[in-house]
Ligand binder design. Structure first.
Ligand code: M6R
Length: 603
């Protein structure tokens, strides 16, 4: 949520900032802005409502300099508008600041310190830049004024501040929101995500919560909350520029759907040996085996993957598993078992709702593992253990390959634990082989794009609502399939347990309502088909996705059989394509749906 960039020590600062913001647009795209300090005391502040392209259109050739900061916004306080776009400037124009996060006590700060200030917009951020000015007006040097402001501000933030009287320095600070410093030769950069500055450097330094950094062209100085100097090694980002480009694809989402088979193969390579054994850190396995209950904590798509993970883990390990929404768990923690183990699922590794749970669990001294796609992300650093998803950067807001990667890695984890416990079901499960069969089936489904696109025209062209139904893991897939459809096509879609529809929600089914049935489980196939008949008699336009061994000729999409534990890996793929084509048909931006952002770093 919101992305920030900064650069100091390079001639074409404005271009670099805009290019960086383009790479961060997934974090928010309702408004954007840059501030650049140029030669001869020239300063430029350019802001725009809308996308980075709108901002770029406003940047004239004279806007340039060697130092600058930029921001792309996902609105929390104050509607998307040019007035509320960052960077924000203090009354005397001396200080300019960008912020990612939420200042919780901004009303109190306004009351206590800023009653005489005329604020321009409605954002919490504006308070921060005025507070720095307040302490500066009271005689503190810039760094001290910034530090003083930080002691008062409560909430989450990544800040970057420039003082026009000393444009040789960018002051940055971080608490709960992501922030990295990138090291260059004669210049340095800052960014919310390494992706933004990969074209400049691939050496980055992590900043911990509570730290403040003075960034100059040739040096950086990190201080902890007490003012002690901190030295931290840089690391090399394991990302290629080509991984984050769309290539010939019209949208990232389509590219990422197509990448799923290769992600499965990467997971096989990373977590299994040539002889098909699993390879996962023994310590993780021992901790989980010693526990009496696994709690999966996640949000959105990752939460939906968690339910599939529960089904696989329970069958392979005989350890009970609970799945919880992070935003609920943190504030309404259930009674925990005597020896709980926590698994965090998070593509980005930065989701604030999940992080607040992890912070509490760490305080309670409870063990945790994060499955994430982003090495070095906050949830990875703060959990006891990490397993990477190896999905490669996922840029489309709608998560696709991270979902299937989460399921695959959870399946490998389940198999590794099951084998240690000598569970016959696990011992007989050749995970490497079954995942590679799954990958091949994904490919056959992906090859059916034209058919899926035609079916979407028949089923979804004029619909304002739709249902996905299924039982057991098919229900879990229905939850994810409906999330995908609604978040990008804006068709109001619900994922429902097939048997539950008749207990109320069937009232919404009317002539022509599309109902997608997912049938991959022999135990429940007949019942789901019965439920599909019930809605059909009430006018529903049924669309059945079934496994070959359970299929009927009249089914719309038939998928080759896969191992019963891994059916979600393949049954989700057509639903991702259905969402994609429904969105294209409606003319919406597939990769950047309204109101959303990829990385949700506010609670
Ligand atoms: O990065 P995370 O997996 O923690 O993100 C959680 C959700 O915000 C995310 O899965 C979201 O639901 C998807 N982008 C929707 O496609």
């Amino acid at each position: 949520m919101c992305g920030i960039v900064g650069i100091i020590g390079k001639d074409n600062a404005a271009d670099i900032l805009v290019q960086g913001l383009e790479k961060l647009e997934y974090r928010g795209y309702d408004s954007a802005g840059i501030f650049v300090a140029g030669a001869n005391d020239q300063h430029y502040l350019v802001k725009s409502q809308g996308r980075i392209a709108d901002l770029q259109a406003r940047i004239t050739p004279e806007v340039n300099g060697t130092v600058g900061i930029g921001h792309t916004r996902w609105a929390t306080h104050g509607k998307p508008s040019e007035r509320n776009a960052h960077p924000h400037t203090s009354s005397n124009q001396r200080f300019t600041l960008v912020h990612n996060g939420v200042i919780e006590n901004f009303e109190e700060i306004k009351q206590e310190f800023l009653q005489n200030k005329q604020l321009e917009g409605e954002t919490d951020t504006e308070i921060a830049v005025h507070l720095v000015e307040y302490f500066s007006d009271n005689g503190l040097a810039t760094k001290a004024a910034f530090k003083k402001a930080l002691t008062i501000i409560k909430g989450s933030y990544a800040f970057a501040l420039i003082d026009r009287n000393d444009p040789e320095t960018i002051y940055v600070a971080k608490n709960k929101s992501p922030l990295l410093i990138g090291l260059g030769d004669g210049f340095n950069v800052i960014c919310s995500d390494a992706m933004a500055m990969l074209s400049q450097t691939n050496h980055f330094v992590e900043i911990a919560d509570g730290e403040m950094v003075t960034v100059k062209a040739n040096e950086i100085a990190i201080e902890d909350e007490k003012g002690n100097a901190v030295y931290r090694e840089s690391y090399e980002a394991q990302l290629n520029l080509s991984d984050i480009e769309k290539g010939t694809y019209p949208y990232y989402m389509l590219k990422e759907i197509d990448e799923q088979p290769s992600v499965m193969r990467r997971i096989i390579q990373a977590y299994t040996t040539a002889t098909g054994d699993t390879q996962i850190d023994e310590e993780i396995l021992n901790q989980i085996i010693a526990s009496d209950r696994i709690y999966i904590i996640a949000c959105g798509t990752s939460y939906n993957a968690g339910w599939v993970g529960k089904a696989i883990l329970e069958q392979m390990t005989n350890i009970p598993v609970e799945v919880h929404l992070s935003s609920e768990f943190g504030y309404n923690m259930p009674l925990l078992s005597a020896k709980p183990f926590f698994i965090f699922l998070s593509q980005s590794g930065e989701t604030a709702d999940s992080r607040q749970v992890l912070v509490q669990l760490n305080e309670m001294g409870l063990p945790s593992l994060t499955l994430t796609n982003v090495a070095g992300s906050t949830l990875s650093r703060e959990a006891d253990y990490t397993l990477l998803l190896h999905a490669g950067p996922e840029i489309a807001v709608a998560s696709t390959k991270a979902y299937t990667a989460q399921i695959a890695v959870l399946a490998v984890l389940a198999k590794a634990i099951g084998d240690q416990k000598a569970n016959p079901k696990s011992l007989n499960f050749d995970i490497a082989h079954e995942l590679s069969v799954g990958a091949a089936i994904m490919e056959t489904i992906i090859d059916e794009k034209m058919l899926i696109s035609q079916l979407v025209e028949q089923y979804l062209t004029d619909s304002r609502n739709a249902f996905y139904i299924g039982r057991g893991v098919d229900y879990f897939v229905a939850m994810e399939a409906s999330l995908k459809l609604k978040e990008i096509s804006y068709i109001q879609a619900e994922g429902f347990a097939a048997g539950e529809l008749k207990h109320g929600t069937i009232a919404l089914v009317e002539e022509g309502t599309p109902v997608f049935g997912i049938i991959t489980d022999q135990k429940t196939a007949a019942h789901t088909r019965g439920n599909l008949k019930e809605v059909e008699s009430r006018g529903a336009h049924n669309f059945v996705i079934s496994l070959e061994s359970l299929a009927k000729e009249t089914d719309q999409l038939i998928i080759p059989d896969v191992h019963p534990l891994l059916t979600p890996l393949v049954s989700i793929v057509p639903t991702q394509l259905i969402a994609y084509f429904a969105t294209l048909q409606r003319g919406y931006d597939v990769d950047k749906p309204r109101n959303l952002a990829k990385s949700v770093t506010v609670e």
